[in-house]
Design a binder for this molecule. Structure first.
Ligand code: FES
Length: 277
């Protein structure tokens, strides 16, 4: 349901909530792992390591479930053909496994909460769950820092393109990409025109096409947003004039390639570019 997805992505505030919330379960599970280990390694202490670890894991499971809700909303926003989608599936699967393993660690202490040492099976579950969490955290970081997943997407007010429109044609001729009235004000679609990937944008009654990948670090401009005749890259907010492709705000230094667009018989058409070496 689009409404619930927007609410979970906290669209009114345009903030990436999942990335902020995951610190809570990570902190709780980290503390629990230390406490469970301490129950075996530290002797003669008055500190009740095991009950503290129990409550830390319980808090971790609860906060992980809350973070997972927001993470799932982010997951379903990743387009089907994005290379990071497979990593996102692994990230989600490992997180689910980790939470189940931590829940098992809680159950394995049943009736033994007063014991000085965490039961061996519960300790093993804690450590295995923590290992799964570390691998999942690494994948999550990779998705954000290397693939730009979740970066800047919360600022977008129109739907993100969920696919690339594929068109073939002869260089120099126009090909129809979509109906003009299908595109909302401020919407950007992604199209592959005879192998050249472009971002097709609508602002007012005008349509513009520019190269899809930002000249700074290759951010996907079809996932950016339009402001005052410019397209803003979702990754580091470089802005480019939609008509000329020139940079109006950094950090990008190089202009975008632009493509000729016309509206004919209600269709938005892009001139098939001549391939550049
Ligand atoms: S990748 Fe576009 S501004 Fe950095």
């Amino acid at each position: 349901m689009p409404g619930s997805k927007d609410a979970l992505q906290v669209k009114p505030f345009r903030a990436p909530v999942h990335a902020a919330l995951v610190h809570l379960p990570l902190a709780c599970f980290s503390v629990a792992a230390v406490l469970d280990l301490a129950s075996w390694l530290v002797s003669g202490s008055d500190i009740q390591f095991q009950p503290a670890a129990f409550w830390s894991i319980a808090a971790g499971v609860v906060t992980a479930l809350v973070a997972a809700l927001f993470g799932f909303a982010d997951f379903i926003s990743i387009r089907q053909d994005h290379p990071a989608r497979k990593q996102a599936l692994w990230h989600m699967a490992l997180n689910v496994a980790a939470v189940l393993i931590f829940a098992a660690s809680l159950l394995l202490r049943r009736g033994q909460l007063d014991a000085d040492r965490t039961p061996a099976a519960a300790l093993a579950a804690t450590l295995i769950g923590y290992g799964a969490l570390m691998v999942s955290g690494y994948i999550g970081g990779h998705m954000v820092y290397n693939d730009g997943i979740g970066v800047g997407r919360h600022r977008r007010r129109t739907p993100l393109p969920d696919r690339t429109i594929e068109r073939t044609g002869v260089a120099g001729e126009f090909v129809a990409v979509c109906r003009a009235d299908e595109m909302q004000e401020g919407e950007i679609r992604r199209a592959s025109i005879a192998g050249t990937v472009v971002a097709l944008a609508r602002t007012g009654d005008r349509f513009f096409a520019v190269q899809e990948f930002c000249t700074h670090r290759f951010g996907p401009l079809s996932e950016g947003c339009i402001r005052d005749g410019t397209v803003m890259c979702p990754w580091h907010r470089s802005c480019f004039d939609l008509k000329t492709g020139t940079v109006t705000d950094g950090p990008a230094k190089e202009a975008l390639r632009t493509f000729e667009v016309e509206v004919k018989d209600g269709n938005v058409r892009i001139r098939v570019p001549v391939a550049t070496g």
